[in-house]
Design a protein around this ligand. Sequence first.
Ligand SMILES: [Zn+2]
Ligand SMILES: [Zn+2]
Length: 389
Amino acid sequence: MSSQRVSWSLGLAGFFLLITGFDIQQDLPWPSGNPVEDGVNRYTGVIHVHSKYSDGSGSIEDIADAADKALLDFVILTDHSTMQSSLDGKAGYYENTLVIIGEEVNTSVGHLLALGVGRHVEQDGQEGLPALMDTIRSSGGINIIAHPFGRRPWEDWSLEAIDGLEILNADSEWRNDNPWEWFRAMLWYPLFPQAALNSLVDRPEQSLNQLDELSRRGHAVAIGSADAHARIPLWGDGLVPFPSYNTMFGWLRTYVNTDAPLTGDVASDTEIILKAIQEGRCYTVVEGYGPSTNFSFKYVSTDTTVSMGGRTRFDTAGALHVSVRLAGDVTIGLFKNGRPETEVNAQEAQFPVEGPGVFRVEISQARCYLPSFEEKPRPWIFSNPIWVE
Ligand SMILES: [Zn+2]
Ligand SMILES: [Zn+2]
């Protein structure tokens, strides 16, 4: 190897160590938004996290500690093909964060999050996937397609028992950019970690199209996920715990609107959170652009109010109400049956509904990552659909 290549390699390795060292040292309490007083119980959490029980670098206690510091109400672990952490009694409250244990199942057509089953499940033989998904459902669980267009893409969308999909997967966002974008993010990272991560998020076009396709067919739920491992493998058993759990927990989140407040009881709170996810009473947030505790999307007509995930009959007096509060410019984009319907620059909007359809909204913020960079709308919040029939 020439001396120039050696010094380049050493320089890059040193730079990488600087970034990872910085990441591991910082343990930020991420800011929490002031919740709106509108009678809705909103909770913020991170779904899809790996621990040492599979290929993550942290123990359940490490993860719970990072989640608590990130002010998460809940975190859902999904280790690969194991529920051992559940058998070891690791589910439950750690300070103020509820740890819920699910599983990421390796199927013949991709990775599947099985949430709320309570025991280990696996695909039996090449033809066993429909039976597996039926078992998950009949055990009260939820079938969520993981990283549908990521490293291990999902290959069969005709399956009846798909309940939903990850529209954003932080691990995929980390990897799906070109080398220059990745390098630029790494350069910024030591000084502007949040801006660096945000610069990696793109509007998940394919996943949103798939969500629209599934929701035309029936009920479908969109979630955002961290797919956090806090691990970059090195030679042998070596690893760098990067990006840290804390970093990932402050980047991409799923908020849920529950029908009852959490009480501190592990079993009932777990059920309340999972039921809200199952019914689509949740939304995905690029938390790096700011907390979104104040987001609301509902259909209101003369005698009924329906929230995300809900279904209602068309009524000539009905309108969709959207609100989000932020000290900055936001754009609300309304989608009907997968097509952009209208867009307004406002923090509050009402859209009269003139006919049946599947409606969802996307909120973006006008941002430049760093001063003097171009200001553009950046994707921030993705709602779940409301069905007007
Ligand atoms: Zn996976
Ligand atoms: Zn995973």
